[in-house]
Design a protein around this ligand. Structure first.
Ligand SMILES: [Zn+2]
Length: 175
């Protein structure tokens, strides 16, 4: 049983998706009035990982996660900003334990979310960090299942079940 809680404070909006479509069409020399794209198109661009998905922003709150797991998320730096509760209140900072709970908010784009899932859902990731990443996925699917279903997967599910870690996790067959 864990004491942490994941909350999606912001998901890409209809306006964000219109902008994403507009940007994608602009790269093809098309500058027509933006409309909201279909679920099918949304899935296509997320799978293709074309650059307009970097404009689709999520705000994810991870309440009371262990400090040592917060540090794993902080290592992600492209397409994500981190807002982590300061531990400055404690006069004796050295006394803070590795598992001291912190509240950590990530402002993250769809590209980095996909990348983060690949790394943090792998069996090579820390178990608690993995649990948190799966919880993030669960919350996102509750909000927008049709678009995100099967798009947040560990790296070993991709590339013909090839796990690209130096020492593959071994859970999936490696070619
Ligand atoms: Zn793996």
């Amino acid at each position: 049983m864990n004491n942490w809680k994941i909350e999606i404070l912001r998901c890409p909006t209809e306006e964000d998706w219109k902008r994403c479509l507009l940007l994608a069409r602009a790269t093809q020399g098309k500058f027509d009035a933006p409309k909201e794209p279909s679920v099918e198109w949304k899935r296509k661009i997320l799978r293709a990982e074309h650059s307009p998905i970097r404009t689709l922003m999520f705000t994810i709150q991870m309440e009371n996660i262990p400090y040592c797991n917060s540090v794993h998320f902080v290592r992600h730096k492209y397409g994500v900003e981190h807002y982590v509760q300061s531990q400055r209140r404690n006069a004796d900072r050295g006394a803070e334990r590795q598992d001291a709970p912190v509240t950590h908010i990530m402002d993250i784009n769809a590209q980095e979310l996909i990348f983060m899932a690949r790394k943090r859902m792998c069996m090579k990731a820390d178990r608690v960090t993995r649990d948190i990443m799966y919880a993030i996925k669960k919350e996102i699917l509750e909000i927008d299942f049709d678009v995100w279903n099967s798009l947040l997967v560990p790296q070993c599910h991709m590339d013909e079940n090839f796990c690209p870690e130096f020492k593959p996790c071994g859970v999936y067959h490696n070619l």
